[in-house]
Each structure stands twice: as C-alpha cells, then as structure tokens.
Design a protein around this ligand. Structure first.
Ligand code: TPP
Ligand code: MG
Length: 370
C-alpha cells in the first residue's frame, strides 16, 4: 500500500502513515481516548451523511449536493482543534466541521432549499456556507478582526478550496490578515481540482502554502487525509492566532490540506469527463476513516464492538437528521423572501404562479417521480 502512497515524496506534515501506523518521530496529539474515538465517530458520521445525501439527491429528495468523501479528515481534525466559541466559515464541502459542531439536523434542510436551520447554525458559531467562490474569506477575516478589536479571545477558521486562491477576494483577505494580524486560520483544501481545472492550471506556485510567504506569515502543508496531523497543524495555528497566553503577537496561518475528492464535484458533475477513474485509486489508499480506525485498533482504543457501535451511531445520527429535515414544513414563498428588497414584477409573477400551483396540486406537485 505504501508504494501507492501519492504523498510519499511530498513535504507534508503527517502523524499517521497510509496504514494508520504512527510514523517514526511523530507524536500522537495529547487528546483523551474519548476525543480520539470521537474523531473517528465524526469521520464515520460524515461519510454516512455523504452517502445518504448523494442517494437522497438521486431520489429527488434534496437538491444539488457537494460530496466530501476523502476530505473528512481535514474538516473533522481541524475542528477538534477549535473551541466552541471559535467561528467557522466554510465553502460548501467541509461537512465534517458541521458534524463536529453537532448541527447536521439544522444543516441538511439547507441542501433541501430551506433556510430554517441557518439561525441555529449561526448560533453554533458557523457562518452559512458560501457558493460564491472566495467571497466568504474577507468576511471571515473581518470577523476575526472584530474579535481582536473587542478583545474577544476567539479565532476564525476559514475553509476554502484550491480554486478559491485564484479569486481576488482571497488575496485581499489574506493580505489584510497578514497586515492586521487577524486571529484567522486559513484552511485551503487542495483536493487537486476546481471542478475540471487541475491544480497544475490553478497556480504556478510550487504549493498553495507558499502563497503565505508573499503576505508575511507562515504557510504549512499537511496530509489532509490524516485526521491527527490535520488536528495538530490546526492546533498550532489556533495557538498562534490566539491572543494569549503565549508572549508572541497573534499571527494568522495558511494551512494547505493536501487531499483528494473521491467523488464528483457535485451531484451535477461527471468527473469521467476530465479524470480517469484510476486516478482516484492511489488516494483511496489514504482513506482517512481506514487510517483512523487502524490507528485506534492498533493502539487498543477500539475493537470490533466499538467499531460496530460507531457505525450504528452514525446510521442513527444521519437517519435522525434526515427525518428532522424532511419534517420541515417550509413555505414555498420563502424562496422569494430574500431575493430582493422590493420584489420586481417578474419575480412577483413567478411567486404568485408558484403559490397558485401549490394551492392546486399541493406540495407533492414538486416531487419527482421515484
Ligand atoms: C465566483 C465564482 N466563480 C465561479 C463559480 C463556479 N464554481 C463553483 S465551484 C467551483 C470550483 C471551486 O473549486 P475549489 O475552490 O478548489 O473547491 P472544491 O470544489 O474543489 O472543493 C467553481 C469555479 C462560483 N461558484 N463562484
Ligand atoms: Mg478544489
């Protein structure tokens, strides 16, 4: 398996090798057994959520969905390095962060087109997801700046993809973070692709982490499919960003999580148009769930029964979230509510036509045949 390791020659931080063994010289983070098993549980919940969400989309029960399989390690590991008071701002694929914050039931309705869970998500210190690539990064850095101004000891973890680094918003925000020392951890998820654009066409920089140098702070590359290394690197960055108790001034950090998305960009994408199915195989050998499970088994922290219990928990958590989301009784007029301050005549016409159709046929008029 090690021969196939796509990161064998890469200069990335790691705790776990491809088989889940602790690498020579690496230190297992100082987390309780409960937290280490908790990381595994949240990885498994995230994967289960992913599988069910794709299946729900295929059945017409949710809209377009962005699968995260392969990328759970970075989202989950990095969120374990935060306190609950710290803010998370993410793109649209870091579902693992939502799982760690225990907000799945509030989150799923969003993918069904409902806003109802957004308030709870914001109360859980997570910004709503952002599809406009890079557009959330200035907001995240601004929020971090506000925390510093108010002497609130809070850090912002801002997640975005490799593709987002080509947006002006990224450069403006990252420059600002460096100049004003905002307590921000900038999490770049380099999954090799921005839809069909490969990493090689995204940047001429040797690495995405290198970009931090231009803005005057540290960039670090980590195996994003290693949940423990993702935790360790993020924890170091969070400590650097915090105002105390260390003597150094708070500094932002750019983390490049090197990883791979196993599936399609979204449920509306067909990756066979731009990559070979074989390209994925070497990365499957780095599956974060297999590695974490092997680590826990190898160090006596989990056995067959424990693994079974985690799987059952994951099934239940995701099934409950789906039941809760499907029980949402949304008002179809909501989709027009925030479209415009004053609804223009054409949108008013569309809203009225929709409401008339619902009156006539009921909500079932909008379900696809299964
Ligand atoms: C400003 C903007 N331009 C283009 C798009 C279309 N778009 C949606 S996702 C995406 C690729 C983003 O790639 P990356 O940042 O690497 O994230 P990933 O999907 O790989 O997680 C693009 C170009 C968009 N949503 N917003
Ligand atoms: Mg990408």
């Amino acid at each position: 398996m090690t021969d196939a390791d796509p990161l064998a020659d890469a200069d990335v931080r790691r705790v776990l090798g491809p088989d889940g063994q602790v690498l020579p010289g690496a230190t297992v983070p100082d987390l309780s057994d409960e937290a280490l098993v908790g990381i595994y549980r949240d990885l498994v919940i995230t994967r289960r959520f992913d599988e069910r969400a794709v299946s729900l989309q295929r059945q017409g029960r949710i809209g377009t969905y962005a699968p995260c399989a392969g990328q759970e390690g970075s989202a989950v590991g990095s969120t374990y390095a935060l306190d609950d008071r710290d803010l998370i701002s993410y793109q649209y694929r870091e579902h693992g962060a939502i799982v760690v914050r225990d907000l799945l039931a509030e989150y799923l309705p969003y993918w069904m087109g409902h806003e109802v869970g957004t308030e709870a998500i914001v109360e859980g210190n997570v910004f709503p997801l952002n599809i406009g690539i890079g557009a959330h990064i200035p907001h995240a850095v601004g929020a971090a700046w506000a925390f510093a101004h108010r002497d609130e000891d809070r850090v912002v973890a801002c997640h975005f993809g490799d593709g987002a680094t080509s947006e002006g918003d990224f450069h403006e925000a990252v420059n600002f973070a460096g100049v004003f020392d905002t307590p921000t951890v900038l999490c770049c998820h380099n999954n090799g692709w921005a839809i069909s654009i490969p990493e090689s066409r995204q940047t001429a920089s040797a690495t995405f982490a290198d970009k931090a140098t231009a803005y005057g702070f540290d960039g670090v590359r980590v195996d994003g499919m290693d949940p423990l290394a993702s935790y360790v690197v993020t924890k170091e960055a969070v400590d650097r960003a915090r105002s105390g108790p260390h003597d150094d001034a708070p500094r932002p950090t750019l983390i490049e999580f090197v990883e791979y998305r196993f599936g399609a960009h979204t449920t509306a994408d067909d990756p066979s148009a731009y990559r070979d199915a074989d390209d994925v195989d070497p990365w499957r050998a780095l599956d974060p769930i297999d590695r974490m499970e092997a680590f826990l088994r190898g160090t006596g922290r989990i056995d067959d029964d424990g693994v079974e219990e985690v799987r059952e928990t994951a099934d239940d958590v995701v099934a409950d979230a789906i039941d809760a989301a499907e029980a949402v009784d949304a008002d179809p007029a909501d989709m027009f509510a925030h479209a415009s301050g004053d609804l223009p005549p054409e949108l008013r016409r569309q809203r009225d036509a929709l409401l008339a159709a619902v009156d006539e046929h009921g909500d079932d008029a909008f379900l696809r045949e299964e």
